[in-house]
Design a protein around this ligand. Structure first.
Ligand SMILES: *Cc1c(COP(=O)(O)O)cnc(C)c1O
Length: 398
């Protein structure tokens, strides 16, 4: 395989809920969730049933025809959100490409073809296509890939004055994640998001949210914007929406969608019957009364217990941050070392920017599983401390 990933030498043959079983039989507590994707854990019976039943009927027909499973999923997503229209894609980056194109097209259709630039924020992540890389402006991700696509102006997260300075007569919209996931579980205060909404309203700009990671219950509300109390004009979803099956979506108001007429955008696979059947199964579970209450209850418990871990292991954990079940541990040691120590205790976590270890368990995680994860975090931090003491001892001896 193309060595584009630094893979861990570990493979899994099976999953059950919050657990992944390795090919050698070892059981791992999965607080990585395939990078915040497996919202319902592994082998969720309703997801398995949706896939098998839909696969027997029809998997793919193309967007040349009506797709009832997609129409149903779109109707439900609109009923749950601010949106009036939905476009389906296959991934987060593709959904974000759709958002970027839609923002530009809206301005063009609104009589402002000169408005094509989008203001983005430092530390953001929007995917690995050329446009989404240009939006996030992460030098590491752009290096060697030729001229960076024009049309994005970046400002520090939370800096309203810098944002106002960045807006020009060519600005079309503002793009932000409710909580930066890949960037290190960083966020701005709600008043910053309210300021963005106000600026967009005053100047005729679109406010776009990248909810690829925060959407579908991850923050304890169905969508992150509901927690902020600030409504965007357009947003992207992906990760949790398919709970492991690839699907992305652009959700948008009627007004903001007005440029997107037949022929303006498309996808061969996007929104096929199988993907949409899975999306519907995910919504069946996540919209059940009490589901999001469970997420919020677990959030409080998990954060309390992690705060205890920070107090017990101050030379390992610098800070506990995040919302819902998108939680970051700012590490005192390189985050890769902390994640390796977790894995040695058979607890899976994911790295993020700003030297953070991300803990993003399936939303169905139980209190007992959180307690088990905390025991493993405790042992892993103790192991890191021992290694620190060993290194200091050696330093003194040498
Ligand atoms: C993961 C992610 C993406 C990219 O999704 P892919 O499915 O990997 O293309 C975009 N934006 C955010 C906020 C993400 O977390």
């Amino acid at each position: 395989m193309l060595p584009a990933y630094a893979r861990v030498d570990l493979a899994f043959e099976r999953g059950e809920g919050v657990w992944l079983i390795a090919t050698n039989g070892d059981r791992y507590l999965d607080f990585a969730s395939g990078v915040a994707v497996n919202a319902l854990g592994h082998s969720h019976p309703q997801v398995v049933k949706a896939i098998t039943e839909q696969a027997k009927r029809v998997i793919h027909v193309s967007n040349l025809y009506r797709i009832p499973e997609g129409e149903r999923l779109a109707d439900r997503l609109c009923a749950l959100s601010f949106a009036d229209k939905v476009f389906f894609a296959n991934s987060g980056a593709e959904a974000m490409e759709g958002v970027i194109k839609l923002v530009r097209k809206f301005q063009s259709a609104d009589g402002h073809p000169e408005r094509y630039r989008i203001v983005t924020f430092e530390g953001s992540f929007h995917g690995r296509t050329l446009a989404t890389l240009a939006a996030a402006k992460n030098k590491k991700h752009l290096d060697g890939f030729g001229p960076v696509m024009d049309g994005f102006d970046q400002v520090p997260l939370g800096d309203v004055e810098a944002l106002k300075r960045a807006i020009t007569p060519e600005t079309a919209g503002i793009l932000i994640e409710p909580v930066q996931g890949e960037g290190g579980v960083r966020s701005a205060p709600p008043q910053f998001f309210r300021a963005l909404r106000q600026i967009c309203d005053d100047r005729g700009l679109l406010l776009a949210f990248d909810e690829v990671q925060t959407g579908i219950g991850r923050l304890g509300e169905m969508f992150g914007y509901q927690k902020l109390g600030v409504t965007p004009d357009v947003m992207a979803l992906a990760k949790g929406l398919g709970a492991g099956f690839p699907i992305g979506a652009v959700l948008v108001t009627e007004e903001a969608a007005k440029g997107m007429t037949p022929g303006t955008h498309g996808s061969t696979f996007g929104g096929n019957p199988l993907a949409c059947a899975v999306g519907n199964a995910v919504l069946d579970v996540v919209t059940k009364p009490g589901f999001l209450d469970h997420v919020r209850r677990i959030e409080i418990l998990f954060k309390q217990r992690l705060a205890e871990m920070k107090d017990r292991h101050p030379s390992v954990i610098a800070e506990v941050r995040g919302e819902g079940l998108l939680i970051g541990l700012k590490s005192q040691v390189p985050n890769t070392e902390l994640i390796d120590a977790f894995r040695a205790e058979k607890l899976l976590a994911v790295g993020a920017g700003d030297n953070v270890a991300r803990l993003v368990p399936p939303l169905i995680v139980s209190e007992a599983e959180v307690a088990e994860a905390i025991a493993r975090v405790d042992r892993a931090c103790t192991a890191v401390e021992r290694a620190q003491q060993g290194a200091r001892g050696q330093g003194a001896a040498g």
